[in-house]
Ligand binder design. Structure first.
Ligand code: AGP
Length: 610
């Protein structure tokens, strides 16, 4: 999704802006640009289609010495990816603006502005905002008041950074529905969509809230809330290191993040396990009382986070014995739903800024749920701030668009939730203590699963030339098969589908031939024999089988059957363990194909628009 950086400083800001954009690349984008107010009082703008590196190259040939500027990476929503649609947008050489979000009433504003004589140079929804601010400035308002007047006319979502050629002392920012942080420096201030963008210049941040308007000078920051009152927002010190967003010796961020999972999971469990039970207080001070009243659970999420929710349904129903339903946020938010009595609403999100998930949470807050709980990887995110209970997943920054460590840490957090709910319900103390013991072994078990890496890299050769792949699993492993299929299509662009293996004969079996590899997730559990029968149906039709199996089970050698073994693990944590070969397979296939693994085409890391 779009990324914003802005700076008002004592020193030239072009390099700070460029470095900020580089650090926001993980969000996904198709064009980039920046505008700086020169010492001669002119707005100098550079924009290009494609990567930030291309913008840096064109900057190398020009001199942009200004100390006030804004920059942007654009992920196209309205209008094709192109230089003319890239931000910043400028109106009549007076003011420049960067925007993340969607202006829903842009068509009516555009019609009014065209009638008033404005000439549009882009196809974007954003351009109406810069014209509106320009008109307010021309009416004599200062920049802060002009932005304030403008946002009153906007419907939709926005994070904005604005500068005015006639006012070298101010950078104005505003947010509603799209994230924006302020970086606090010494006699300099910054704005950005995300903390990592500013880590080279500061570790002190203010997280703007929805409806906030901020006025930055070199020496001060003033903030007004949605009702127009001036407010003080806390300054937080980030413990994230600049290196946390470096690739190190790995070829891709995704590869680095796959191998970070033992540590990420260990940190997610840290301090949350008692001697023989999960500490409910880890979810918030009210959690224990609320969990005791919980009679059902509704989980809402998107993409990979939704798959984590599907696994959690199995855990919550089997360990806690309470009904659990899971739904994608984009559907949930637009249908009439019945809220069961005493129901806990759980939203899962890596970023905590996914527009559909946030909208579902807003809806849930009006719908009579017992409480709202966020499982999230970003402490300062909107989702965490707006939920009553929280459990942070401590995966650290995830840069690769394809989620890996964020997913397995979500699973670890959801297993904690299922056990905490079970503690209040039907879970016996023995079973609970055993589960806690198994959880403690999880980081080491994931480390062992990663030793399959080379074997998966060899196997990946079999997939590179294929156009389709089918993933099969049963029970909670169906969700892992879904995640495997999502990973493969996301980064290798190979079409992949997942089915519960028992559904094969109800349709997808018709697809099986030697060109359709079939990947099976096959831990040694109660459904293994059923799964084996389903796989026989594939083999009998000449399908090529790739089975990820538990070391404890014997598989007969047979033509067309490739078995890769994982170290034996307990059923309870199998969904996490079997996620590893799914991630590695997608990664190695994509790396062999030479796709842009970390920033796959058309996708964004943080989906802040609907
Ligand atoms: C995962 O690989 C995807 N990039 C995507 O499905 C992602 O999980 C989804 O957009 C939800 O994001 P969130 O967890 O930040 O809410």
């Amino acid at each position: 999704m779009c990324g914003i950086v802005g700076a008002i400083a004592q020193r030239p800001v072009a390099d700070i802006l460029l470095e900020g954009l580089r650090r926001l690349e993980y969000r996904g984008y198709d064009s980039a640009g920046l505008a700086v107010l020169s010492e001669q009082g002119e707005l100098k703008r550079l924009r290009c289609l494609g990567k930030v590196a291309a913008l840096a190259n064109s900057l190398a040939g020009s001199s942009l010495p200004g100390t006030l500027g804004i920059a942007h990476t654009r992920w196209a929503t309205h209008g094709e990816p192109s230089e003319r649609n890239a931000h910043p947008h400028i109106c009549r050489e007076r003011c420049a603006l960067v925007h993340n979000g969607i202006i829903e009433n842009h068509e009516s504003l555009r019609a009014q502005q065209q009638a008033a004589g404005h000439r549009f140079t882009s196809q974007t929804d954003t351009e109406v905002v810069v014209h509106a601010i320009h008109d307010a400035l021309e009416r004599g308002l200062d920049l802060t008041d002009a932005v304030r007047a403008c946002v009153k006319q906007l419907h939709g979502a926005y994070a904005l950074g604005v500068i005015d050629r006639q006012d070298p002392e101010h950078l104005v920012a505003a947010r509603l529905g799209s994230p924006l942080v302020i970086g606090i420096g010494f006699q300099e201030h910054f704005i950005a969509s995300d903390v990592p963008a500013l880590l080279p210049v500061t570790n002190r941040f203010i997280f703007l809230e929805d409806g906030d308007l901020a006025e930055l000078t070199r020496s001060s920051v003033r903030i007004w809330n949605a009702s127009g009152q001036e407010v003080e927002r806390p300054v937080r010190t980030s413990s994230m290191s600049v290196d946390a967003t470096e690739r190190g010796p790995y070829r891709h961020f995704m590869q680095k993040e796959i191998f970070e999972q033992p540590r990420a999971i260990a940190e997610t469990l840290e301090g949350r396990l008692g001697a023989d039970h999960v500490l409910a207080a880890a979810f918030g001070t009210q959690a224990e009382a609320l969990f005791a009243q919980t009679r059902s659970v509704t989980i809402i999420a998107c993409g990979t986070s939704f798959h984590a929710g599907l696994v959690a349904k199995h855990w919550i129903e089997s360990l806690a014995g309470i009904h659990c339903q899971v739904e994608v946020a984009s559907e949930y938010r637009y249908r009439q739903h019945v809220v069961p009595e005493q129901s806990l609403f759980v939203s899962i999100s890596q970023s905590g800024e996914t527009a559909d998930t946030l909208a579902a949470l807003q809806m849930a807050k009006q719908s009579g749920y017992l409480a709202t709980l966020a499982i999230c990887n970003v402490a300062e995110s909107s989702l965490v701030r707006e939920s009553e209970l929280q459990l942070l997943t401590r995966a650290g920054p995830e840069i690769g668009v394809a989620s890996t460590k964020a997913f397995t840490t979500q699973l670890a957090a959801l297993l904690l939730l299922a056990l905490a709910l079970g503690h209040q319900r039907r879970l016996s103390p023995e079973r609970e203590a055993h589960a806690v013991e198994i959880l403690r072994t999880l980081p080491a078990q994931i480390e062992r699963a990663l030793s399959i890496d080379e074997a998966v890299a060899d196997l990946a050769q079999h997939f590179v030339e294929k156009h389709h792949t089918l993933f099969l699993g049963r029970g909670e492993q169906h969700a892992i098969a879904m995640e495997g299929a999502l990973k493969l299509k996301e980064i290798s662009y190979i079409h992949a589908e997942a089915y519960p293996a028992g559904e094969l004969k109800h349709g997808p079996l018709a697809l099986i031939d030697e060109d359709m590899p079939v990947v099976a997730v096959a831990p040694n559990n109660a459904l293994l024999e059923k799964l084996k029968s389903n796989l026989e149906e594939v083999r009998a039709r000449g399908g090529q089988l790739y089975v990820f199996a538990d070391d404890s089970v014997a598989w007969q050698q047979a033509e067309g059957v490739h078995v890769l073994r994982l170290p034996e693990s307990d059923d309870l944590i199998d969904p996490l363990v079997f996620s590893i070969p799914m991630q590695l397979l997608a990664y190695h296939v994509a790396a062999l194909k030479g796709t842009d693994v970390d920033q796959p085409r058309n996708l964004a890391k943080s989906v802040t628009v609907e």
